[in-house]
Design a protein around this ligand. Structure first.
Ligand code: IMP
Length: 177
C-alpha cells in the first residue's frame, strides 16, 4: 500500500498547532529555568525537534534508547536499555519526550531509571496517548492527543522502521501489521 493511501488521523497542521500549545505550556511551567529534553529513540525524534524549536526556554537535548517493538505489534513487556543518557541529570528539570504512551511499560521503566539520577523534576511529554491500552497506571504531564486503539505511523513513528518520515500521522490497517 502506498503511503498516501493510508488514512490520515492527524494532519501535520493539527500536530504543529498542538505542539505549539504544549511549548507555550512548558514556557509557563518552567519560566526562568533550564530544561533537558530527553527523547526516546527513535520515535520521539521528530516531536522533540519540533517541540524544542517552539519553546523559548534555555534547553539542552539528550536521547535514550530502548529495545523497540521491531516487527511485532504487541509489547513483549520487557524493556531493555540500548542507549543511556550522556549528561548529568542530578538536579535537572527533565522533560522525557515520547512519541506514544501505549501500555505504559516503557515509560514506567524509563521514569524509574531516570529518577535514580535524582533530577529536580521529571515530567513526561507524550505526543499521543492510547489511554485505553494502559497496563501500568502512568500518565503524561503533557499530552498532544488521546487516540483510539489503532496502530499509527508517521511523524517519527514506524512499523518495521518504515513511515517515520511521513509528515502526518496515519493509521496502518490491521492486515498490514
Ligand atoms: P508501551 O511500552 O506499550 O507504552 O509502548 C510504547 C512504545 O511502543 C512507543 O514509544 C512506540 O515506540 C511503540 N508503539 C506503541 N503503539 C504504537 C503505534 O501505534 N505505532 C507505532 N509505535 C507504537
Amino acid at each position: 500500500m502506498l503511503m498516501d493511501e493510508l488514512r490520515v488521523l492527524l494532519t501535520h497542521k493539527q500536530i504543529q498547532d498542538r505542539v505549539g500549545e504544549i511549548a507555550a505550556q512548558l514556557d509557563r511551567d518552567f519560566a526562568g529555568q533550564s530544561v533537558i529534553f530527553i527523547g526516546v529513540l527513535k520515535g520521539a525524534t521528530i516531536f522533540l525537534s519540533d517541540l524544542a524549536r517552539r519553546v523559548q526556554l534555555d534547553a539542552t537535548f539528550d536521547f535514550i534508547g530502548v529495545a523497540s517493538y521491531g516487527k511485532q505489534k504487541q509489547s513483549s513487556g520487557e524493556v531493555r536499555l540500548t542507549k543511556d543518557v550522556e549528561q548529568p541529570l542530578t538536579g535537572a528539570n527533565i522533560i522525557l519526550v515520547e512519541d506514544i504512551l501505549d501500555t505504559g511499560l516503557t515509560m514506567n521503566y524509563l521514569r524509574n531509571m531516570l529518577l535514580t539520577h535524582q533530577p529536580r523534576c521529571l515530567k513526561i511529554a507524550a505526543l499521543l496517548d492510547k489511554a485505553c491500552r494502559r497496563q501500568i497506571p502512568i500518565q503524561a504531564d503533557y499530552v498532544g492527543f488521546t487516540i483510539p486503539d489503532e496502530f499509527v505511523v508517521g511523524y517519527g513513528m514506524d512499523h518495521a522502521e518504515r513511515y517515520r518520515n511521513l509528515p502526518d500521522i496515519r493509521v496502518l490497517p490491521p492486515e498490514l501489521i
